[in-house]
Write a protein that binds this ligand. Structure first.
Ligand SMILES: Nc1ncnc2c1ncn2[C@@H]1O[C@H](COP(=O)(O)OP(=O)(O)OP(=O)(O)O)[C@@H](O)[C@H]1O
Ligand SMILES: [Mg+2]
Length: 241
């Protein structure tokens, strides 16, 4: 009983923080729009050197805008359409989308589909794509010298298990608890919100996420999502976060 109450308080707190974050993010956007306008105006009568500085200001503003839209996306209650989707098809699509970036870094993406009859889940394909893209992007960013990223799909009992395994730098044991903290990043250009998005998508789909890592060997993110039974014929479900 006490535990249940604690959980509800925690959820209420999270909701409150989310609402505050959304209000702040929204209010910060207005002055940003006017700063953006003045940058454009100044550019017209500037020397080449000043134009360079104004471009840097503009790209920093763009980055702020990107962070704000991610915060808004994380904290806004949204309605999402849930349909019967094939994780295998989505993984294939992600492999195709991410291959040009991987090629550029001399990295190979391999899709390995094991012992599965089907990989259908009740889910939102846009969100599942977003989840996989963030994980593959992180994997690419941790591999400097080429190598292979393996996406493995395997059915384990009534779940589809998706493993994204890289041959990157790995994560020190003491840093693992930080991974799912908002804004935790070790990258100069990172927002530290990628894994927050991944975690939200996993939670929305009532799944689990695990991470295994060995420094200088590589990292695996393992996600398990509930499979639908093969005969399942859903209409659709709307989830309100
Ligand atoms: N596959 C991985 N191997 C090693 N470290 C990782 C891996 N994935 C994530 N990390 C670590 O976790 C941190 C947080 O990842 P996250 O995706 O949330 O943010 P980011 O990649 O830094 O920034 P963004 O996703 O906004 O570009 C990374 O900066 C990195 O230190
Ligand atoms: Mg990332």
């Amino acid at each position: 009983m006490v535990k249940l109450q604690e959980k509800t308080d925690h959820q209420n707190n999270l909701q409150l923080i989310g609402q505050m974050a959304a209000t702040i993010a929204h209010e910060i956007r207005n002055p940003m729009t006017s700063i953006n306008g003045f940058i454009e105006l100044l550019k017209m009568n500037s020397t080449e050197e000043n134009k360079k500085y104004l471009s840097i200001m503009k790209s920093e503003l763009d980055r702020m805008e990107q962070i704000l839209s991610e915060i808004l996306h994380l904290s806004k209650p949204v309605e999402r359409k849930y349909e019967l989707i094939s994780v295998a098809n989505i993984a294939n699509e992600i492999k195709e989308i991410m291959t040009p970036l991987a090629d550029f870094h001399k990295i190979k993406i391999v899709l390995n589909i094991k012992n599965h009859s089907h990989s259908n889940i009740l889910g939102n394909s846009t969100r599942i794509k977003q989840m996989l893209m963030n994980l593959v992007k992180n994997a690419i960013e941790e591999m400097d010298m080429g190598g292979t990223i393996t996406i493995t799909l395997k059915n384990v009992k009534n779940k589809v298990q998706i493993t994204i395994c890289d041959e990157g730098r790995g994560i020190a044991k003491e840093d693992i608890p930080n991974l799912f903290q908002p804004f935790y990043t070790t990258k100069a250009e990172g927002t530290g919100l990628g894994l927050q998005i991944v975690k939200s998508v996993v939670e929305e789909h009532e799944g689990n996420i695990y991470v295994k890592s060995i420094e200088n060997v590589g990292t695996s993110f393992v996600i398990e999502l509930p499979l639908t039974s093969e005969s399942y014929q859903p209409s659709y479900k709307i989830l309100i976060k």
